[in-house]
Design a protein around this ligand. Structure first.
Ligand SMILES: Nc1ncnc2c1ncn2[C@@H]1O[C@H](COP(=O)(O)OP(=O)(O)OP(=O)(O)O)[C@@H](O)[C@H]1O
Length: 270
């Protein structure tokens, strides 16, 4: 598997507030990276850097070998599902029209969407379970249905990488489970690579091949099964076992703030 996202020695500050320091991360093609961390840990900042909305102070990010800005401009590399997509009430567009808007990135490459692109949108509408609602004004949809519209829109240009920012916020437990199954299925069907930011440890550990834990620096980058229970307890004040999550060994480091940041492929020692 080749590396689709490569982050090397990345640092970023907002003025005097250091948000990210010396981050090394990689995401292999066809895998899912779950990004976790406490509030203010730098997850959103990393997303913004990956989308080219912020520029690193030091280090670099490459997506498919390109800088994030170039990767976004290419149109068919990165899809993004924002945390709470804004839908103006009475927005005068149908579900199909909103999903087709996602083709504009790809159209930038090809000048105008092809019949093939439109056919792909139709197949996406079916895949996300909105085939019967394609002509419905989006103002009439439920929150869960709207979320599917925006996933389909993000996938319309056929990106290799889909960035999901807290996609299960505001969804009930059953809905979260269905969403996880749904996104896993889409990933397999479309051959996607996913980066999934979430506070929902259950969702992240269920979906991710690897977990990255950020709190200014990188505290963990490895498979979910080795996630140290102690690290989770200190960072999130919650108990892996009580949550029914299969966690790893107990971490012997001190408080989260004093944990030693780790490098790519390694994990906090037991
Ligand atoms: N626009 C901004 N200006 C100044 N500081 C900022 C700005 N955005 C974020 N920060 C700071 O950068 C740090 C990282 O914030 P970031 O939003 O990336 O964390 P996060 O992990 O996404 O948090 P949360 O889980 O609460 O969404 C925090 O200290 C935050 O206060």
């Amino acid at each position: 598997m080749s590396e689709l996202v490569s982050i090397r020695n990345l640092s970023f500050s907002y003025g005097s507030t250091v948000a990210l320091e010396n981050i090394d991360l990689s995401v292999l093609e066809g895998t899912t990276l779950g990004l976790i961390g406490p509030n203010g840990g730098g997850k959103s900042t990393l997303m913004k850097l990956m989308l080219g909305l912020l520029e690193p102070d030091a280090g670099e990010i490459r997506i498919g070998g390109l800088t994030p800005r170039k990767a976004v401009r290419r149109g068919d590399l990165i899809g993004y599902l924002p945390q709470r997509p804004h839908t103006p009430k009475n927005f005068p567009a149908s579900v199909r029209q909103v999903v087709r808007m996602g083709l504009s990135g790809r159209a930038g490459l090809l000048h105008s969407p092809t019949t093939d692109d439109f056919a792909f949108v139709e197949s996406l509408l079916t895949r996300v379970g909105l085939g019967d609602l394609a002509d419905r004004p989006i103002g009439e949809l439920s929150g869960g249905q709207l979320q599917r519209v925006y996933i389909a829109r993000a996938l319309a240009p056929r990106p290799k990488l889909l960035l999901l920012d807290e996609p299960t916020v505001g969804i009930d437990r059953g809905g979260q489970q269905r969403f996880i199954e749904f996104i896993q299925q889409l990933k397999v069907e479309l051959g996607l690579t996913l980066v999934f930011v979430s506070h929902d440890l259950r969702a992240v550990t269920a979906i991710a091949d690897r977990i990255a834990c950020l709190s200014g620096t990188l505290h963990y980058h490895d498979v979910p099964d080795h996630l140290p229970a102690e690290l989770v307890y200190r960072m999130f004040a919650c108990d892996l076992e009580a949550m029914g999550i299969k966690g790893g060994h107990v971490c012997t480091h001190g408080a989260a703030e004093t944990l030693v940041p780790i490098g790519v492929g390694s994990r906090v020692a037991s």
